[in-house]
Design a protein around this ligand. Structure first.
Ligand code: GAL
Length: 828
């Protein structure tokens, strides 16, 4: 290569792994760590599921993950979106897994590919295509050849695609690890010997694919070698691999939790999450992945269930829309940089632990060149003051201090020194956008069809819903006719329609009239609907609409859990003395219709030229389609639509699904802690530190920027239970206040978002201010010029950096006994 070209090549390649893609990377492991080209490494990884965002969002999400100190991106592969119909594949748009992996590669990061292909993941049916369920003789997740053939077929297809693009590290690509199955160890005992055989089959099948990088199985203590068993959970410091020749790996550190319809908003504090990570590395862990680093959105009908919401925010370090979730993102970033700086000693050093009692331990990692130390305090209430190697340290309860040179504490998990952002929703702001949208509507066409009992096929039995619909839609109509003549024992008596259903939602109609609706509570699906109905002499038409809200994704034999109306369906008439006559309709002739007419006619499609009405906009009318046009909010910040006022249904923007909605489903009134009372100390669980009690479990729905046009856009809604679209509006999400509350000696960085600047410093005090972001109050002492210094440094800027020191902020009137902090609230 001549010189000029050679220089050009090196300039272009700076920082890009892809330029070196021809060079194979050797990935191996020992009892201590995963090794890259023979060198033990520390891995800080984060899960981003490619179909839970858009392909346009991927580069930015991955860039923010890298900037947050991650070196690896982990994703599942979602079988049911790729093979929706047997042997018909789809890898377009945000299903383009290869493009996703290449985006990871272009950012210079590694990838962990969790093929599953059972994935759990709060994903519809755990990722299995529902047609599998309907294959004769099949049994899922066990030794059954109908199933294993399909699993092998799909796994091989994915492996071949990745190989073809040379994306395995062994080929010079980013994929350093692959996973087969998912947490089968939690289920195996339910499957007996066949389960054990299946486990071995999975391992052999995976191995036979020759990917040249290690395979893992999570939560599988008996993983057959060379499969590596890994840990999932909120904490994995106590995890020890059964096989001493495999490293201590954590595939899912749950950064928060998922949400259900009717559920509250889960929050896991930055202090507790960083504590779990620091403890894991203190106790010898070397690979750690955040589940989720970006949770994202369940577009379409991909949410699992029953009852997983459309948002899959997860309280992850990047929020649903891709914004930095601060202080979580920044507090972890500091930890990541520190752990990376200690990589050599963590993976090669000798390890000694000193026990101080009362759950306080120090761990010293030591090589001939350097030593690094962790001091952990697992006590849930008492701070510890200990003397370690001649120096006194105070370690707050439920925290870990890291001393990279074993002398100076550089990081403590409970001391957050980065920005806290309060996110706000701003009005649309697009030019000429009216304050309220104008609506058109159409009834779902039921009067002359299903409410007349007209369907497409009939059988003398109640059908399981997945079997009847193949899950092509949420909806299945069950219709039957009951003749009641004058001789019928129930004639003239008070009659109740009783429907036993396995869920999830039921709407009942008798003789063309809606008689009631009912749905399962969170956590369950079966219920019995009972409603007094008026039956006529002669023909009576019973029409039941059953709707699923995400198919089950977890549990032993979850795939066989029935959905829909399995019966009995009965007319129950009361005679005297509480005696009843029961007319069981279960084996009557039932006529079926799969899905809605509007779905069939694609009313959500912008091109659909069906007639829409502008007059008499109905409110609280069930089974109604609504349509409006709107202008996209200006700027680049994430867009949401506020669906407050609606009932339950599905929404589309410019023909693309933004998911199911159900803002009328309120979260429980009880169990919310007021922010300031959320104590990070003690083990986290999904019921701890929740918010949003008594409010719609999801009110705002993500409209990805790439779904929007610059000019007019169309929003189509189908409301199943009835609502009022008049309050619907579009908003952008951005940082409203940027706050900090940092210790003396630290540096606070504040920044707005989307090119906006800091307009005002609402509060600043370098002293002993009290309170939290949005509600700071002055304490007993402070440095008098702090406010003016900070205004000078920050106002009018997109971001600013402030040293929390007297040198920068002036001397204070605080006594020597006071530990000073810098508290700031800046308005963006
Ligand atoms: C794990 C599972 C993940 C996800 C998680 C909860 O058990 O492996 O896929 O479902 O739970 O968010």
């Amino acid at each position: 290569m001549e010189w000029s070209r050679r220089i050009l090549f090196s300039v272009m390649c700076l920082g890009f792994v892809s330029c070196f893609s021809a060079l194979a990377t050797n990935v191996s492991y020992d009892g201590r760590a995963i090794k890259i080209n023979g060198e033990r490494r520390v891995f800080l990884s984060g899960s981003i599921h490619y179909p839970r965002s858009t392909e346009e969002m991927w580069p930015e999400l991955i860039r923010k993950a890298k900037e947050g100190g991650l070196d690896t991106i982990e994703t599942y592969v979602f079988w049911n979106i790729h093979e929706p119909i047997r042997r018909q594949y789809d890898f377009t748009g945000n299903k383009d897994i290869i493009r996703f992996l290449k985006t990871v590669q272009d950012a210079g990061l590694y990838a962990v590919l969790r093929i599953g292909p059972y994935v759990c993941a709060e994903w519809n049916y755990g990722g299995f295509p529902v047609w599998l369920h309907n294959m004769p003789g099949i049994e899922l997740r066990t030794m059954n050849t109908v199933y294993t053939n399909e699993m092998q077929n799909f796994t091989t297809l994915i492996v071949d695609m990745v190989k073809k693009e040379k994306l395995f590290a062994s080929q010079g690509g980013p994929v350093i690890i692959a996973q087969i199955e998912n947490e089968y160890g939690n289920m195996i005992s339910n499957y007996g010997d066949a389960g054990k055989q299946y486990l071995n089959w999975c391992a052999n099948m995976a191995e036979s694919l020759n990917i040249g990088v290690p395979w893992i199985m999570c939560q599988q203590s008996d993983a057959p070698p060379p499969m590596i068993n890994t840990c999932n959970g909120w904490y994995c410091d106590d995890f020890t691999p059964t096989n001493p020749n495999t490293p201590k790996m954590w595939t899912e550190n749950w950064t928060g939790w998922f949400k259900n319809w009717g559920g509250k908003d889960p929050h896991r504090t930055a202090e507790d999450l960083s504590y779990s990570v620091a403890r894991f590395f203190q106790t010898g862990g070397t690979f750690q992945n955040y589940y989720m680093y970006h949770g994202g959105t369940n577009f379409g009908r991909v949410a699992g269930g029953p009852y997983i919401t459309t948002t899959y925010d997860y309280d992850a370090p990047l929020d649903e829309f891709g914004n930095l979730n601060q202080p979580k993102w920044g507090h972890l970033k500091e930890l990541h940089l520190l752990l990376k700086s200690m990589e050599k000693v963590l993976t090669y050093g000798d390890v000694n632990t000193i026990v101080f009692g009362n759950s306080v331990n120090a761990t010293v990692y030591n090589t001939s060149e350097t030593s690094s130390c962790f001091i952990g305090n697992a006590n849930q209430t008492s701070d510890a003051t200990i003397t370690f190697q001649g120096t006194q340290y105070t370690i707050p309860a439920w925290s870990v201090s890291i001393l990279p040179d074993c002398k100076k504490e550089v990081y403590n998990t409970a001391k957050v020194n980065v920005q806290t952002s309060i996110m706000v929703k701003k009005p649309n702001g697009a030019e000429d956008e009216p304050s309220s949208l104008s609506w058109e509507w159409r009834p779902e066409d039921v009067r002359d069809t299903t409410l007349q009992g007209k369907g497409t096929f009939a059988v003398n039995q109640l059908l399981e819903q997945k079997q009847a619909t193949n899950d092509a839609t949420d909806y299945l109509w069950y219709m039957t006719t009951v003749n009641i003549d004058k001789q019928d024992p129930i004639f003239g008596l008070d009659t109740t329609l009783k429907v036993n259903t396995t869920g999830h939602v039921l709407h009942a109609f008798v003789n063309g009239k809606h008689v009631g609706s009912q749905w399962a509570k969170i956590g369950g699906s079966n219920f019995v609907f009972e409603q007094k109905v008026k039956v006529n002499s002669g023909k009576n038409l019973i029409v039941l609409l059953s709707a699923t809200v995400g198919l089950k994704n977890y549990g032993p034999f979850f795939d066989t859990a029935p959905t829909g109306i399995l019966g009995a369906v009965e007319l129950v008439a009361k005679i005297q003395n509480d005696e009843t006559i029961i007319k069981n309709l279960s084996s009557y002739k039932w006529t079926y219709k799969v899905g809605l007419n509007g779905e069939e006619r694609q009313l959500y499609d912008v091109q659909s030229h069906k007639k829409w009405y502008t007059e008499d906009l109905p409110i609280n009318r069930m089974m109604t389609w609504y349509k409006t046009s709107f202008k996209a909010p200006l700027g680049t910040e994430p867009v949401v639509v506020d669906l407050q006022g609606l009932g339950k249904g599905h929404a589309w923007v410019n023909g693309q699904s933004i998911g199911r909605y159900w803002p009328s489903f309120l979260a429980d009134e009880d169990g919310c802690s007021i922010d300031s009372q959320c104590d990070y100390r003690g083990p986290y669980s999904d019921s701890k530190c929740v918010t949003n009690c008594g409010k719609p479990s999801q009110r705002y729905y993500h409209v990805p920027r790439s779904f929007l046009h610059d000019d007019e856009n169309t929003l189509v809604l189908f409301d199943e239970i009835g609502g009022n679209p008049s309050f619907i509006n579009f908003k952008t999400i951005t940082v409203g206040s940027a706050c900090g509350n940092v210790h003396e000696g630290k540096t606070l960085e504040l920044s707005c978002q989307g090119g906006r600047t800091i307009s005002e410093i609402r509060f600043a005090s370098f002293g002993d201010a009290q309170g939290t972001c949005g509600a700071f109050e002055k304490g007993t002492c402070e440095a008098s010029i702090a406010l003016s210094v900070i205004k000078q440094a920050c106002v009018g800027k997109e971001s600013c950096t402030i040293d929390a020191s007297e040198a920068n902020l002036g001397s204070s009137n605080c006594g020597s006994g006071i530990t000073k902090r810098l508290a700031v609230e800046a308005i963006c």
